[in-house]
Design a binder for this molecule. Structure first.
Ligand code: TRP
Length: 333
């Protein structure tokens, strides 16, 4: 049974604070997939340093992210949860794959171009090589599927190209992975600019609810959420983006349909409506935050999770790396 499960690989960078949009889009997804697949979930700190990081913060955010994922229901017994830099095979395979990747291909990557513009003072080789490291991540584990956001599409395509290129030159070595672009079950928009996606780096800090926001902050942000002037609480994203966004948030966090959500607010005013949405979100986040704090206070446990994760990951990764080294002619002891 165990070895009939397909292998799933995914990773997140331990950088920015996660919003409730990330929670619905990525974290919950990881939780849902862990029973169906043999999952490898990495905290991609090696990708993170392609833009300059504060070392103390990077360290802290690595543990905070681990604790958050566990608090949300990612089970370290069911899946392999680990930190990328703990498994040296990633850097090793990336080096080899570099020699199967063309400079022109990397220069054409949209994210590289965007990030080069954004960090013009630090266009380092790692920034350019980012997709090759990502290919190494995925190919090391012989992943069948890789769930990612649409922004990672090009990176998945180049991963497939590199895998096929290597397989064609030698013999089948890597599984060519399928990308699964996440269905946005509930699209959460910015509270201040409700036609835009809620983002961790949005212009107005009141536009996003972070997983770490306390109740007062959550209530304040919802109170200030942009609505409209027609005073009707109904779902109409075209004409009433603000109200519709609040209704979506209320419905997913309260496990209700949009129709049920509308019904809850029949005859009510926007003031009451915003309070109720805020309460619903705060009540959902409170137990997750409490669990995250509890986990963060138990560093020994988190270290144990990471140690086990790294060991399991290393075993799988090393197997692939050995095959690669053999095929390319590295003398092995
Ligand atoms: N680049 C991905 C992101 O920023 C994170 C990532 C690193 C990743 N390695 C990966 C995602 C491998 C999927 C598979 O979202």
């Amino acid at each position: 049974m165990e070895n009939t499960k397909k292998i799933l690989y995914s990773a997140v960078q331990p950088t920015n604070n996660l919003t409730i949009g990330n929670y619905l889009g990525a974290i919950k997804n990881w939780v849902n997939l862990q029973n169906e697949y043999d999952c490898f979930y990495a905290i991609a700190n090696m990708h993170a340093i392609t833009v300059r990081q504060n070392p103390a913060e990077l360290r802290q955010k690595t543990l905070a992210l681990l604790a958050l994922y566990i608090a949300c229901g990612v089970d370290p017994e069911k899946c392999t949860l680990y930190v990328q830099s703990h498994v040296p095979c990633h850097a090793e395979l990336a080096w080899v794959l570099n020699t199967f990747t063309y400079v022109g291909e990397m220069e054409r990557m949209t994210q590289f171009k965007d990030k080069s513009a954004k960090h013009a003072d630090n266009i380092n080789m790692g920034l350019m090589d980012y997709p090759v490291l990502m290919a190494a991540d995925i190919l090391l584990y012989q992943a069948d599927v890789v769930p990612v956001g649409m922004d990672q599409r090009q990176h998945l395509e180049i991963t497939r190209d590199i895998a096929q290129r290597f397989n064609n030159i030698y013999s089948p070595t890597f599984k060519v992975p399928e990308a699964v672009y996440q269905k946005v079950g509930a699209k959460i928009n910015d509270l201040q600019d409700p036609v835009k996606k809620m983002s961790k780096s949005g212009e107005n800090p009141n536009g996003a609810i972070f997983m770490t926001d306390d109740k007062d902050t959550i209530m304040r942000k919802f109170k200030r959420a942009v609505t409209d002037s027609d005073m009707q609480i109904k779902y109409d994203p075209e004409n009433k983006p603000g109200v519709s966004n609040l209704l979506s948030i209320y419905s997913v966090f309260g496990n209700k349909t949009i129709a049920e959500a509308e019904k809850d607010f029949e005859g009510k005013g926007y003031g009451d409506f915003k309070l109720a949405v805020g309460e619903t979100v705060a009540n959902k986040l409170a137990p997750i935050q409490a669990e995250q704090a509890k986990l963060l206070a138990d560093k020994a446990y988190l270290d144990e999770v990471l140690k086990n994760g790294a060991e399991r990951a290393f075993k799988a990764a090393r197997k692939t790396l050995s095959k690669v080294y053999k095929k390319i002619g590295f003398y092995q002891l």
